[in-house]
Design a protein around this ligand. Structure first.
Ligand SMILES: [Fe+2]
Ligand SMILES: [Fe+2]
Length: 337
């Protein structure tokens, strides 16, 4: 599949072209007598080498590295810096760029959390190197924009460092699901931000970042699928029910008036209520203002977020889910089995 097709933003289709999993049955070598038989030993050694090779190519990290590298944009060549039009950037718009840049910087504590909570998963931990790099680049490109054209708005190192704080340990799979939904939501927020901005260069930059967020959702979806296919017998439904619960909460939150995103969730009990990334920003109330008053993320856009989450969860569960009610019903059916 042409990788540029990623930009269609149909996330589940972005990564559906390749087989996700292939089961490798690793032989047990409990019968040590076999090792004394030279012919069997040679056969087993060959098989062992093949198993090791197969396992390495089946790590999602390997595949994601290639896929994401092939579509990665470059700060020098793919950002049309010369297209900046100073007449079309307002003070208000420049300030939103600053707050987005600081929020993106919170990938740092999120990565620390992911690495801590996924110590038993080296594949996913390795993928964090890509995710962390790309998220930090989002912060960097926004700061570079401000540095060139509104240096008074560049975040200080202290403002960036302020969003780095300890997140409490949490169930790794639920966190993964939350971030999957968060990436979908952020993709839509940035697409809307690209429309709201009037300055052509920053419109382009938000478009680049939005497509990255969609690809991140696609990558997380692969890890979600993998956790289901690798689940022990009898555990798959429990995992699906957990995903359905988080997916429902994340998708329904916008309609309830407070759209949930990893950066506005409480993550450190001891710091409550100042334990969200947003609470660490120079303006803790900014996110809601940005959504409601600035980019005007209305019901129609919220509907797109819900539709995209449901579309991807339908793929994940192998079950058509047309509405949040369908998702809730499906969750209950999983709990009943
Ligand atoms: Fe980002
Ligand atoms: Fe992202």
């Amino acid at each position: 599949m042409a990788l540029r097709a990623f930009e269609s933003l149909v996330i589940s289709e972005l990564f559906a072209s390749r087989a996700l999993e292939s089961k490798v049955n690793v032989p047990t070598y409990s019968n040590s007598a076999n090792w004394r038989n030279p012919s069997i030993s040679v056969t087993l050694q060959r098989y062992t080498r093949r198993v090791v090779f197969d396992r390495s190519i089946n790590m999602l990290y390997t595949e994601l590295f290639k896929d994401l590298e092939s579509v990665r944009w470059n700060m020098s060549d793919d950002v049309p810096w010369a297209s900046f039009d100073p007449e079309k950037l307002s003070d208000e718009q420049a300030r939103t760029i600053k707050l987005n840049a600081i929020t993106e910087w919170s990938a740092l504590p999120a990565t620390e959390m992911f690495l801590r909570d996924n110590r038993d998963d080296s594949d996913f931990s390795a993928f964090m190197s890509i995710w962390f790099y790309e998220e930090q680049k989002h912060s960097l490109v926004l700061m570079e924009y401000l540095k060139r054209y509104r240096p008074d708005m560049v975040p200080s190192e202290d403002e960036l460092h302020n969003v780095r704080f300890e997140f409490d340990p949490a169930p790794a799979l639920e966190t993964l699901m939350m971030h999957f939904c968060g990436e979908i939501r952020l993709n839509h927020w940035y697409r809307r931000a690209a429309e709201w901005h009037t300055e052509p260069l920053i419109k382009h930059i938000y478009g680049l970042i939005a497509r990255d967020e969609a690809r991140h959702a696609g990558a997380y979806l692969k890890y979600l699928k993998r956790s289901i296919t690798r689940a022990a017998a009898g555990k798959a439904n429990e995992i699906k029910a957990g995903f359905a619960k988080i997916g429902f909460l994340m998708a329904a939150s916008g309609r309830a008036g407070k759209p949930l995103h990893p950066t506005n969730l409480h993550v450190n009990k001891a710091m409550f209520p100042n334990d969200t990334v947003q609470s660490k920003l120079p303006d803790p109330e900014w996110l809601e203002h940005w959504l409601d008053q600035q980019i005007n993320f209305d019901k129609e856009w919220e509907g797109k977020v819900v539709k995209m989450i449901l579309h991807n969860l339908s793929t994940l569960f192998g079950k058509s889910l047309e509405s949040l009610a369908d998702l809730n019903k499906y969750r209950k059916s999983l709990l009943a089995t």
